[in-house]
Design a protein. Structure first.
Length: 192
């Protein structure tokens, strides 16, 4: 008979995610994970697999949480363009609240060019966010909130690429007002 785990796997996954987020994949050792998660190596391997498998679970969890956060930000929006504004403002707020590089962005620069599984998770997440934005842009165009001359896919990609810019500005300048101003500017530029 299989033994019940004496720990909550989701809670331990959060702890691992924070280590990877702080140190990066390459900078995180198995001993770091053992120490932070409070588990022995055998429990980690039995529950999550090797370090790479654990990292992929952490990255997927982070990416899914970000997407859900943006989708929830659109709830109760009075119009499609207001929903887009909420997503942009939520992206800016996440940048300021988290205060460190987005785990997705950090992983993209560290691993995405050489690790197909990391690339796949990041691409799937980005595609999902672009799709949410693209659909909102099309709805906004139907109610004349955004010009129909603007390509919805191009505009959605433009918005998402600006989210990376929020992180860069905040990391370099540490100025939350600058990030908020950039979000305001992005929102104004969407409506033109």
């Amino acid at each position: 008979m299989a033994r019940n785990k004496a720990f909550e796997p989701g809670e331990k996954l959060e702890k691992a995610k924070n280590v990877f987020w702080q140190k990066g994949y390459q900078g995180t050792s198995m001993q770091d994970l053992v120490d932070t998660m409070g588990l022995n190596r055998g429990s980690i391997y039995d529950t999550y697999g090797d370090k790479h498998s654990l990292f992929l679970m952490c990255l997927k969890s982070y990416s899914d949480g970000m997407l859900n956060d943006y989708v929830q930000a659109t709830d109760l929006a009075k119009s499609p363009v207001k929903a887009i504004e909420k997503i942009v403002r939520r992206a800016a707020a996440r940048t300021i609240e988290e205060g460190k590089t987005c785990l997705g962005i950090k992983s993209a620069f560290e691993l995405a060019s050489e690790d197909e599984e990391v690339h796949s998770i990041l691409k799937e997440n980005t595609d999902s966010i672009v799709t949410v934005l693209k659909d909102l842009i099309k709805k906004a165009q139907k109610v004349d909130e955004i010009s129909t001359k603007r390509d919805p896919v191009m505009l959605a990609n433009f918005i998402v690429s600006n989210f990376t810019g929020f992180w860069q500005l905040f990391l370099v300048y540490g100025d939350s007002e600058m990030v908020k101003q950039q979000a305001d500017f992005l929102i104004r530029s969407i409506k033109k």
